[in-house]
Design a protein around this ligand. Structure first.
Ligand code: NAD
Length: 500
């Protein structure tokens, strides 16, 4: 993404809210003005384009202080009982639920999410803290497991221990959700953390950090540093960081993995996608259109899981396209407070310019726009873009091959299941897939043959904390959520004993 101007003069900041560069041991830490210049970035209201405040940038010294604080807090946090940690996680979930309206409002402001989408994010975050609380309160989760061995003279045991200090790096598209997916299992496991939110949507994480503090999590266990990729790079390179959980683009994920290799830091990488939605000839076309609209245009298409490659069987192609066009033209794009709004703006001007540029390049290379939605006057000032549908792009067109991360969907026809599976799998990503079919046998085949971390059959993009999230290939390494999400913040260890 293009860089947002990173330096504001003090005059520009007058009367504006300034979020601190870091929160360390529960205390906000400002970076102050250096040589009369305050290092901060504007935070925008995505629906109006107005600057709602400024986010200070941490420097190397603050990143170091945050990591050292997390390191100092590790021994005592690791020694707390899982039950004690579970009770704190429950408290965090309760506080998120009771602050639901304010948290949703902040998401609507910085991301422009429609109310229902903002509210789903808050509920998801609370559900994630509740889920990991319950795992902590279940004594089996942390109990050592004895092993059956072929030699009776020794006993064997498997046990898990927190990995240490975790660096958590989050993008801007689902800030609260992604943060919860990382902080909840990390705290459950007994890790201390340094979180780096996206510089574009950090106010949401400031609210979550305040809630964690209010819940009574001991000082130093959760710390926050703010800034862009440079701050993330400083954090991932810090020698006292033991584990990195990164969500973002595949390009940044590669850099994170290279940095992690220096110290053999443990990594979980949740990266990009280019996922398929397949509509078989036996599908309920109306339902398929509903799933296509939500799969491609929820969060204005800014989803790693966007099913932006839509494959439709020849027999129902015309019917599908006619109904899809009606549905896309009916999408109300607008600010969260507009009535019936179904799609909000893109997160910032740079993201909109990036998506528009990809559409222009794709069209110049031979893709054609079949139809698009529209914007009304309420969209004049924010970072809005109408939904776009491309029909039958060439196989090597970038709109078909590359992640766009905006409201752009491509549709292609197919004639057989073999062809649909081959087209869906013809990507180096492998995050999710959706299949719409009335045939159970066909569904079973797609489930096993589609290369994706999660396959939805006839359902919208349901996500539960019990279901692991993560992709194959360039979509990343490791899994979040579920028991595997907890284990990713633990080291698996064994002991063998001859106790006579
Ligand atoms: P990005 O990679 O530019 O940034 C993500 C985060 O990483 C930000 O906080 C950024 O400041 C930080 N960062 C950037 N470079 C870094 C570096 N070298 N070292 C450490 N940190 C660095 O991605 P983005 O534009 O914010 O988000 C969009 C991308 O995220 C898309 O590719 C999307 O598919 C992906 N994503 C994946 C998932 C998933 O679960 N698989 C979920 C959401 C988003």
């Amino acid at each position: 993404m293009a860089t947002i101007p990173s330096i504001a003069t003090p005059a520009e900041q007058q009367d504006a809210f300034v979020w601190p560069a870091a929160t360390i041991a529960g205390e906000p830490v400002t970076n102050g003005a250096q040589n009369g210049v305050h290092h901060a970035m504007p935070v925008f209201n995505a629906s109006t384009g107005a600057t709602i405040g400024w986010q200070e940038q941490a420097d190397a010294a603050l990143v170091d202080k945050a990591v050292r604080t997390a390191h100092a807090a590790l021994a005592s946090w690791r020694a707390t009982t899982p039950v004690a940690r579970g009770k704190l996680l429950k408290k965090i979930a309760e506080l998120i639920e009771s602050d639901r309206v304010r948290l949703s409002a902040m998401q609507m402001q910085v991301s422009g999410k429609p109310p229902a989408e903002a509210d789903i994010d808050v509920c998801d975050a609370a559900a994630t803290f509740n889920y990991y609380a319950d795992l902590c309160l279940n004594e089996k989760t942390f109990a050592p497991e004895s092993l059956a061995l072929p030699d009776d003279s020794v006993t064997g045991e498997r046990f898990y221990e927190s990995v240490g200090v975790a660096a958590l790096i989050v993008p801007w598209n689902f800030p609260m959700v992604t943060t919860a997916w990382k902080i909840a299992p990390a705290l459950a496991a007994g890790c201390t953390v340094v979180l780096k939110p996206s510089e574009i949507t950090s106010p949401v994480e400031h609210m979550i950090a305040a809630i964690i503090n209010e819940a009574g999590v001991p000082d130093g266990v959760v710390n926050l540093v703010n800034g862009g990729g440079e701050v993330g790079a400083l954090l991932t390179a810090h020698p006292l960081v033991d584990k990195i959980s990164f969500t973002g683009s595949t390009a940044s994920g590669k850099k994170v993995m290279q940095t992690a290799a220096q110290d053999m830091k443990r990594v979980t990488l949740e990266l990009g996608g280019k996922s398929a939605l397949i509509v078989r000839a036996d599908a309920d076309v109306e339902h398929a259109v509903t799933l296509a609209v939500s799969g491609a245009f929820t969060n204005a298409g800014q989803m790693c899981s966007a099913t932006a490659r839509i494959l439709v069987h020849d027999d129902v192609y015309r019917k599908f396209m006619a109904a899809f066009e009606t549905a896309v033209r009916a999408i109300v794009v607008g600010p969260p407070q507009a009535s019936n709004v179904a799609m909000g703006p893109l997160v910032c001007a740079a993201q909109r310019a990036r998506v528009q540029s990809l559409v222009d390049q794709g069209v110049a290379a031979g893709a054609s726009i079949a139809f698009s939605g529209s914007l009304d006057r309420a969209c004049a000032d924010g970072f809005f873009m109408a939904p776009v549908v491309i029909a039958e792009p060439p196989a090597d067109n970038l709109l078909w091959t590359d992640e766009v991360f905006g409201p752009v969907a491509c549709v292609k026809s197919f004639r057989s299941d073999d062809e649909a599976i081959a087209l869906a799998n013809d990507t180096r990503y492998g995050l999710v897939a959706t299949v719409v079919t009335a045939d159970r046998e066909a569904a079973r085949r797609y489930k096993t043959q589609l290369r994706a971390g999660l396959v939805w059959i006839n359902t919208p993009q349901l996500i539960f904390p019990q279901i692991c999230w993560g992709g194959l290939g360039l979509s990343g390494i490791g899994r979040e959520l579920g028991l595997a999400g907890l284990r990713s913040y633990q080291e698996l260890r064994h002991a063998l004993a001859d106790v006579g």
